[in-house]
Design a protein around this ligand. Structure first.
Ligand code: SAM
Length: 342
C-alpha cells in the first residue's frame, strides 16, 4: 500500500469538522506535492519506507506470538522520544538492518524517535521545547491543531499524545515529510498528518483551528507582521496562537535585523525583544497575550549527532564567547508566547 494512502483517513476526519470545504483542494494537492516534486532523493526515501521492517511479535501481547492482523505495537506519544514498538518486535536480522534503513532519512533534525530500540538522537531535543511550553498553553484535548513549519512532525505526535483531535502539520521540506511517513508506517491510528507544503500552500483563510502553532518560523519571515495576520486566518474566534521565536535584549521597540547571516543562517530577518514581540502581536489585535517562557538555547538542546552529522549550535557560536554568535550577535534565546484570536 502506498504510504500516501495515509492521507485518506485525514479527509475522513475533516469531513466532520468546519475544515470540510478544504478536503477536495487538499486531495488535489497532497500527492502531486510529493510525487511531482522532482526531488532526486524521493525514490530512495520511498524505497526506505517500504524496507522498514514488519514486526514479528506484538510486545503488547505479553510475549505471545501474535497473529499479524492483531498486532498492537507498544508506542508512546508522551515520552521524550516518540516510541515505536520494542526491540523484541523484530528478529535479529531485522534489528541489524534497521539503523541503515533509518539512516536513509538523515539528517534527522527534530525528535527524538525510537524505532524498536534504535534511538534516533536528532540534532534537536525537541522534547525540551515541548516541556517548556506544555503547561503554559490551553489543554489540547479534543482540539483541532495546526502546526506551521512542523519539521518531522515531532511536536504533532506530542500534540496527539496530549489529546488533540487533529494535529495537522505543514512543512515544504520533503525529507521531513518522509520522516513523518516512516513513523506513520507504524503509528497509523493517532490523528497526526504532515502536509507536504509550506504556509503558502494553505487556503488564504480557514478560521477553524482551535490552536495554531508557529515555532521557529517568525524569524525566517521577511514580513513578520504579515505572518502574524496570516496565522489569525487559521484560528477560530477565541482560538489560541502559540508563537515561538528567537528574541534578543534591547531598548523599547527594538528588533535586530542581521546584516547577512545570523548563527550562520542567511534567511533570518527580524529578531525582536520579548517586549517588541508582544507589541507586534497586540498590533495584530490578538488578546490575552502571555509570555510563557524565555530560554537561552543550549548545546545540550541543539547539537550534531550520528543522525545529523553537520555543524550545529556549537559551531554557530563564538568559540571565545558563547554568549555571541559567530557573527557577534547575541546567541539564540527563544521566547514562547500565547495569544487569543479576536
Ligand atoms: C526552525 S524549523 C522549526 C521546526 C519546528 N516547528 C520546531 O519548532 O522545532 C523551521 C521549519 O520551517 C519549515 N519551513 C520553511 N519554509 C516554510 C514555509 N514557507 N512554510 C512553512 N514551513 C516552512 C522548514 O522546513 C523547517 O522545518
Amino acid at each position: 500500500m502506498s504510504p500516501l494512502s495515509t492521507y485518506d483517513s485525514l479527509y475522513d476526519l475533516l469531513a466532520d469538522t468546519d475544515l470540510a470545504p478544504w478536503i477536495d483542494p487538499l486531495r488535489a494537492t497532497v500527492a502531486p506535492a510529493i510525487l511531482d516534486s522532482n526531488n532526486g532523493h524521493l525514490d530512495k526515501w520511498l524505497t526506505a519506507i517500504e524496507a522498514l521492517p514488519t514486526p514479528i511479535h506484538s510486545s503488547a501481547s505479553a510475549g505471545a506470538l501474535a497473529k499479524e492482523e492483531s498486532f498492537t505495537l507498544h508506542s508512546s506519544l508522551t515520552s521524550p522520544a516518540i516510541q515505536i514498538g520494542q526491540p523484541q518486535d523484530l528478529d535479529t536480522a531485522q534489528a541489524a538492518n534497521l539503523p541503515d534503513t533509518l539512516h536513509q532519512f538523515r539528517p534527522w533534525r527534530k525528535g527524538p524517535f525510537n524505532f524498536f530500540g534504535t534511538h534516533i538522537d536528532t540534532e534537536w531535543r525537541s522534547d525540551l521545547k515541548w516541556d517548556r511550553l506544555l503547561s503554559g498553553i490551553s489543554d489540547l484535548k479534543d482540539r483541532l491543531v495546526l502546526d506551521i513549519g512542523c519539521g518531522s512532525g515531532y511536536h504533532c505526535w506530542r500534540m496527539a499524545g496530549a489529546g488533540a483531535k487533529l494535529a495537522l502539520g505543514t512543512d515544504p521540506f520533503l525529507l521531513y515529510v518522509m520522516q513523518y511517513l516512516a513513523v506513520r508506517k507504524y503509528l497509523t491510528e493517532p490523528p497526526v498528518w504532515v502536509l507536504p507544503f509550506g504556509i503558502e500552500g494553505l487556503p488564504p483563510a480557514l478560521p477553524a483551528f482551535d490552536t495554531v502553532f508557529s515555532m521557529g518560523i517568525l524569524y525566517h519571515r521577511r514580513s513578520p507582521i504579515d505572518h502574524l495576520y496570516e496565522l489569525r486566518n487559521y484560528l477560530r474566534p477565541g482560538g489560541e496562537l502559540v508563537l515561538e521565536t528567537i528574541v534578543v535584549d534591547g531598548p523599547h521597540g527594538y528588533s535586530l535585523v542581521p546584516d547577512q547571516y545570523y548563527a550562520k543562517m542567511k534567511n533570518v530577518w527580524f529578531i525582536p525583544t520579548v517586549e517588541t514581540l508582544v507589541q507586534w502581536v497586540r498590533r495584530c489585535r490578538y488578546k490575552d497575550i502571555k509570555v510563557i517562557d524565555v530560554s537561552t538555547t543550549t548545546i545540550q538542546e541543539q547539537r550534531s549527532t550520528d543522525w545529523m552529522v553537520f555543524e550545529s549550535l556549537k559551531d554557530f557560536l563564538d568559540p571565545s564567547d558563547p554568549t555571541k554568535t559567530i557573527e557577534g550577535y547575541p546567541a539564540p534565546k527563544r521566547a514562547v508566547i500565547t495569544a487569543t484570536a479576536p
